[in-house]
Design a protein around this ligand. Structure first.
Ligand code: ZN
Length: 262
C-alpha cells in the first residue's frame, strides 16, 4: 500500500515538475498579445505607398487570432479595428500580461521596389528562440528572400517585459510581395506560419514557388523616386516607423551607437 502511495506521489511530482518546467520555458506561453502594426491616421509604409500597411497587419493579426484561439490559446489584441494606438499603449497592454508573449505584425517598405524579403526582430535575449521559430516558419511559407533575424531595440521590443518579436511579412513596395499581400489566401498563409512559429513547430521545406527574381519588377508600387544609387544602400532598405531614428544603418556600426528609438 505504502509503495503504491509512493508511486502515486512520484507520478504527481513528475507531472507537477513537468508543468512547472513547461510554463517556465521562455516564450512557450499560452497567452499571446498580438500587435497589428500602425492604424488610424498612421497607415504605415513610406509616403505615397500604394498598399497601406495598417489594414494588412490588422487582417493578418485577426487571422492569427482565429488560428491561435482554435488551438486553445488566449489572445489579446493591441488593436482590433482601424484605430491609432500609441507605442506606449501597446507596450502597456503587453506588460499587463506578464505570462504572455508579444508578437508584432508588420509589412516592410522601401523606396526601391526591388527590395523584398522577410525579416524578424527581437531585442530581449529570452525572445531569440521565439524570433527564430517564427522567422523560420514564415520564410518557409513565403516565396521571398530570407533577410534574417536581427536584434534591434525597437520600442515595442525594448520596453516590453515579456518575450517579444516583430515580424516584417514582406515588402508592400515590392510588386510580387505586394500583390501577394493583397490576397486573403496569402495573408492566411502568413498567419498560419506565424502560428506555427508560436507553437514551435519545425519549419516545413520551402514551397516550390517561382523565385522573386523571375518576376518583372515595375515601379508602380512606390510613387517616390528611387534613391540615387550612390551609397547608403542598406540603410535605405526597410526603413520603418518603429525605427524612430532614420539612420538605421546596420552591421557596420553594430554596437557602437546605442539605439534611442523611443
Ligand atoms: Zn510597419
Amino acid at each position: 500500500m505504502r509503495s503504491i502511495n509512493r508511486l502515486f506521489l512520484g507520478w504527481i511530482g513528475a507531472i507537477l515538475s513537468f508543468l512547472a518546467l513547461s510554463t517556465v520555458t521562455y516564450g512557450q506561453s499560452r497567452t499571446v498579445v498580438i500587435d497589428a502594426g500602425h492604424g488610424g491616421y498612421d497607415r504605415g509604409g513610406v509616403p505615397g505607398q500604394r498598399i497601406s500597411e495598417k489594414d494588412k497587419t490588422l487582417d493578418v493579426a485577426q487571422r492569427l487570432r482565429r488560428i491561435l484561439t482554435a488551438n486553445g490559446y488566449r489572445v489579446i489584441m493591441t488593436r482590433d479595428s482601424d484605430v491609432f494606438v500609441t507605442l506606449g499603449a501597446r507596450v502597456a497592454i503587453a506588460n499587463s500580461n506578464p505570462n504572455a508573449i508579444f508578437v508584432s505584425i508588420h509589412f516592410n517598405c522601401a523606396p526601391r521596389s526591388s527590395a523584398n524579403g522577410i525579416e524578424t526582430y527581437y531585442y530581449r535575449s529570452d525572445s531569440a528562440s521565439l524570433a527564430a521559430s517564427i522567422h523560420r516558419n514564415v520564410v518557409s511559407g513565403a516565396p521571398s528572400e530570407n533577410r534574417g533575424i536581427r536584434r534591434r531595440g525597437f520600442y515595442v521590443l525594448r520596453r516590453t517585459a515579456i518575450p517579444s518579436v516583430l515580424v516584417e511579412c514582406g515588402f508592400l513596395t515590392n510588386p510580387t510581395e505586394g500583390n501577394l499581400a493583397l490576397t486573403g489566401d496569402y495573408r492566411q498563409k502568413l498567419a498560419e506560419q506565424i502560428a506555427r512559429g508560436i507553437r514551435r513547430e519545425p519549419a516545413t521545406s520551402r514551397p516550390l514557388t517561382a523565385s522573386l527574381k523571375s518576376y518583372s519588377l515595375g515601379n508602380d508600387f512606390v510613387r517616390v523616386p528611387p534613391e540615387s544609387s550612390s551609397g547608403h544602400r542598406s540603410s535605405k532598405h526597410g526603413r520603418h516607423h518603429y525605427r524612430k531614428k532614420s539612420s538605421d544603418s546596420d552591421s557596420s556600426t553594430k554596437s557602437k551607437k546605442k539605439k534611442s528609438e523611443d
